[in-house]
Design a protein around this ligand. Structure first.
Ligand code: ATP
Length: 220
């Protein structure tokens, strides 16, 4: 059975925070493929400063070309209108069939706002989720507790954490797995500012993606 993960985001631009998350998830969950899915018209991100989806896709393709376990999907680029995760998940399952084991990957910052996503409750009926830790300066409370609060308050109080299987389980809904990754406090926002200020983005962004970005004069 194919084992895969769907990793969505704006990737504006892709950086080593994203790539390391994907690598640790791939290894930790024994996956064959991690699909990076750039959002064409994300409902959440401000349009200002968002590069055309084709450029964000090309940078991802350049950054992941040397890894056979990484694949970049144009699923959201080919759809019209807003890019909703629920539609992408449905599209993936109708293309691959239920025979593949598939997870949806997101950072804690994204998960904390999941109740603003279209048909978010239905997502928990469709696909298992992996929620990644992300450095948050100043945050004191444990992040498993925070995931627990989000799940209990906004999805269902019937979810319970099982420390042996390291996940939240529900009698009818799909599991949610908190997954701790190496903390890399890198954000695309910071990279865009660095480029605009003429600062170095070396070792924050893969060279192949940086070369594309400079060649096209992006984020200036
Ligand atoms: P921006 O700064 O523009 O908001 P971003 O760096 O958060 O961008 P996204 O494309 O929004 O990047 O991220 C896609 C997904 O990757 C999200 O689920 C986000 O939580 C996660 N992610 C991004 N950077 C990291 C990181 N450094 N560590 C862990 N998860 C990350």
């Amino acid at each position: 059975m194919q084992r895969a993960a769907l990793f969505g985001g704006t990737f504006n631009p892709v950086h080593f925070g994203h790539l390391r998350v994907a690598e640790e998830v791939r290894e930790g969950f024994g996956l064959d493929t991690v699909y990076f899915i750039p959002a064409a018209n994300p409902p959440h991100k401000e349009e200002k400063g968002l590069l055309p989806a084709a450029d964000r896709y090309e940078m991802l393709a350049a950054a992941t070309a040397d890894n056979p376990a990484f694949s970049v999907s144009d699923a959201e680029l080919r759809r019209r209108g807003r890019s909703y995760t629920i539609d992408t998940v449905d599209q993936f399952f109708s293309a691959s069939g239920r025979s593949s084991q598939c997870y949806l990957v997101m950072g804690m910052d994204a998960f904390a706002e999941i109740d603003t996503w279209k048909s978010y409750l239905a997502l928990f009926d469709r696909i298992e989720m992996i929620v990644i830790s992300r450095p948050e300066p100043g945050r004191q409370t444990g992040w498993i507790e925070r995931i627990s609060e989000v799940i209990a308050g906004r999805v269902s109080p019937q979810y319970a954490y099982d420390p042996e299987r390291r996940g939240f389980f529900h009698p009818d809904k799909c599991a949610v797995y908190p997954f701790e990754v190496t903390p890399l406090d890198i954000s695309a926002t910071r990279i865009r500012s660095l480029v605009a200020e003429g600062g170095s983005i070396r070792y924050l962004v893969p060279d192949a993606a940086a070369a594309y970005l400079y060649k096209k004069g992006l984020y200036l």
